[in-house]
Design a protein around this ligand. Structure first.
Ligand code: COA
Length: 187
């Protein structure tokens, strides 16, 4: 785990009202899985099994968040916190709720927590063909550094991306600038 002390389970819950809609981000627990699994299957076909999620939710190094829109769970994302690194493991937004900054909000929250926990860098793997996700990560300063051949289903390459300087005041300013975009609706 990253150096600084961790928070208890419910400390991540936060709601905002924007344009008359209630957005809530809270920590994922096993109780969320009946709402998470249909999205996982729809988005990744089939994606992680429920057992994989359960195991990860019991992993003290793992931290997953869900986003609700007016009470409905529409997106989630997670990471592992290992030593001074955050490893983003997944992010998924229900197709009909995309391009509304929901992934951006979740990644923003994860990286903010990672900073608070003393992480100095972050990494992830993404399909080489997944331009939307790569653009999302680039917004947060992730840069491609290597390719892991045939990482997905032994066919598609993974792009490995890294973000350095998570702990710096300059990066705090990056997060602040991204936060400004949240209240601007894109459609
Ligand atoms: C990738 C994904 C999580 C983005 O979710 P989203 O809520 O639509 O993204 P946001 O609205 O927060 O957009 C954030 C940024 O991502 C990029 N982005 C998102 N969708 C994009 C698209 N279709 N094309 C290009 N860029 C895109 C943009 O840079 C965008 O910022 P901008 O609107 O200021 O330009 C979503 O498309 C998804 O669930 N995809 C399937 C699952 C997946 O690929 N997960 C990542 C696995 S590593």
């Amino acid at each position: 785990m990253c150096a600084k002390s961790s928070k208890s389970t419910n400390d991540f819950a936060e709601s905002v009202i924007e344009n008359g809609e209630v957005l809530t981000i809270e920590r994922m627990t096993e109780a969320h899985l009946p709402e998470v699994m249909p999205i996982e299957r729809e988005v990744f076909a089939p994606g992680w099994s429920e057992e994989t999620f359960r195991n990860d939710l019991r992993n003290p190094a793992a931290l997953y968040l869900v986003l609700r829109l007016n009470g409905k769970l529409v997106a989630y994302a997670g990471m592992w916190l290992v030593l001074d690194e955050a490893h983003i493991t997944n992010v998924a937004v229900k197709p009909e709720y995309r391009r509304r900054n929901f992934a951006k909000r979740l990644i923003h929250r994860l990286l903010t927590i990672a900073r608070q926990r003393g992480c100095v860098k972050a990494t992830l793997e993404v399909r080489i063909s997944n331009t939307p996700a790569q653009k999302l990560y680039e917004k947060f300063g992730f840069r491609p550094v290597a390719i892991r051949p045939k990482y997905y289903d032994n066919t598609e390459d993974a792009l490995i991306m890294w973000l350095e300087g998570l702990d710096t005041p300059e990066y705090a300013a990056v997060l602040q600038a991204i936060e400004q975009e949240f209240s601007k609706r894109k459609r």
